[in-house]
Design a protein around this ligand. Structure first.
Ligand code: FES
Ligand SMILES: [Fe+2]
Length: 399
């Protein structure tokens, strides 16, 4: 059965409620829906954030990643240009590079030793004289993906129909710029990597409402008191812009310098940007974080947390950022460690019948609106509506 035939059957069976704050649970755990999401979303007309130029500062630097099941290779060529390729040999399709990151003079396929230079051109292929008549190396470079940059962020898409990146980002470009220090001139500090036992959509549904309620560190540090707002776009992005209420006088940490804020303006202290389908960029205190995520299977999501400082940072500031980043976020971070358990529990819970419901900040259940308070979960309804439309699930009256 083709993807289209199977998606048609799924669309007909699924009941997506008319009430806009209800999401059917069955979309989280169905492998056929997961396959359909790969086709329509991950290989479809969306941009995917796959890296930042600061991860590849030198000629020959590379990183590998996956978009859905498709391996990709991002490399800075000897000409200084960064390009993104499918990480598959143009001979018989072997995955060429297997390291997560590094520096190479060439990318060499082990199977028959075809060799590609760092700008993707095929430069060596043993036995060439006996290849098909008219064979030309120039036609067998690594296949490049369409790529655009924003403040050093690298986005790629598999589709020619995807709108220009700036248009796709829309009003989210402003909070994203704030997170990236204005000009996007960053310095990589390091990574955390975690695999959550959860569907990618449950991982991605991590709202502002839960933060002070689930995460005990938020309460112990007395955070989340500041003013703020959320914006959301019709194509599924959202951003939380929050003032920081700095932690004071708590007995939680024996060395409170760990959570010191050295930035200038507490109003700019906290930003969370979520880009459809699965990219996250955050700034909490002096911690700048990009989350690159891969939906591995219907119940498994791999997330690479990359931490950054600014190019202009002093050594002391970089040290502060490393210490703060590695303690605040990621799988064992003070303000996020409970998330892993919740993602899994949501995933397990969604195998029961019925819908998940959004309540906090839901003003009505029959049409959408665009102004949200800092901790409303309702802002995610626009993302769900975009998902529903891309997946072609029709709303229906529940029985
Ligand atoms: S598959 Fe790569 S050299 Fe043959
Ligand atoms: Fe969380």
């Amino acid at each position: 059965m083709s993807a289209n035939e199977s998606s048609g059957a799924i669309s007909r069976d699924l009941i997506w409620p008319n009430q806009i704050n209800r999401i059917p649970k069955e979309i989280f755990g169905d492998p056929a829906i997961f396959d359909m999401e790969l086709d329509r979303i991950f290989y479809g007309p969306e941009w995917h954030m796959v890296g930042h130029l600061a991860e590849l500062p030198e000629r020959g630097d590379f990183k590998t990643f996956d978009i859905g099941r498709r391996p990709i290779l991002i490399a800075r060529g000897q000409d200084g240009q960064v390009r993104t390729f499918y990480n598959a040999c143009t001979h018989r399709g072997t995955q060429v590079e297997t390291s997560v990151c590094g520096n190479r003079k060439s990318f060499d396929c082990p199977y028959h030793q075809w060799s590609f230079d760092t700008d993707g051109a095929l430069v060596g292929c043993p036995g060439e004289k006996e290849f098909t008549p008219g064979f030309a190396k120039a036609n067998y470079g690594l296949r490049e993906l369409r790529m655009e940059e924003f403040r050093g962020l690298i986005f790629v898409t598999a589709s020619r129909d995807t709108q220009p990146l700036q248009e796709w980002l829309g009003e989210i470009a402003a909070p994203l710029t704030d997170i990236l220090g204005g000009d996007g001139k960053l310095r990589l500090l390091g990574y955390h990597k975690v695999t959550y036992a959860s569907n990618w959509k449950a991982y991605n549904d991590n709202d502002g409402y839960h933060a002070p309620l689930l995460h005990s560190a938020f309460r112990m540090l007395h955070w989340q008191g500041g003013k703020g707002r959320q914006i959301a776009t019709q194509n599924g992005h959202n951003a939380i812009e929050a003032e920081l209420s700095l932690a004071k006088g708590n007995s939680f940490l024996s060395d409170p310098s760990l959570i010191e804020f050295k930035g200038e303006d507490p109003k700019q202290g906290s930003r969370v940007v979520q880009l459809f389908p699965l990219a996250v960029a955050t700034k909490h205190l002096d911690t700048i974080n990009l989350r690159f995520a891969i939906p591995r299977s219907v119940g498994s999501t791999e997330v690479h947390y990359a931490y950054f400082g600014l190019e202009s940072d002093s050594q002391e500031m970089l040290h502060h950022r490393v210490r703060q980043s590695s303690n605040l976020l990621g799988p064992c971070g003070m303000i996020s460690m409970e998330d892993a358990s919740i993602f899994q529990r949501v995933h397990l819970g969604t195998f029961t019948p019925g819908n998940v419901e959004f309540q906090k900040g839901v003003k009505r259940t029959d049409e959408f609106w665009f102004d949200f308070k800092q901790n409303d979960e309702a802002s995610f309804l626009l993302k769900w509506e975009h998902y529903r439309k891309v997946m072609d699930f029709e709303r229906r009256q529940e029985a």
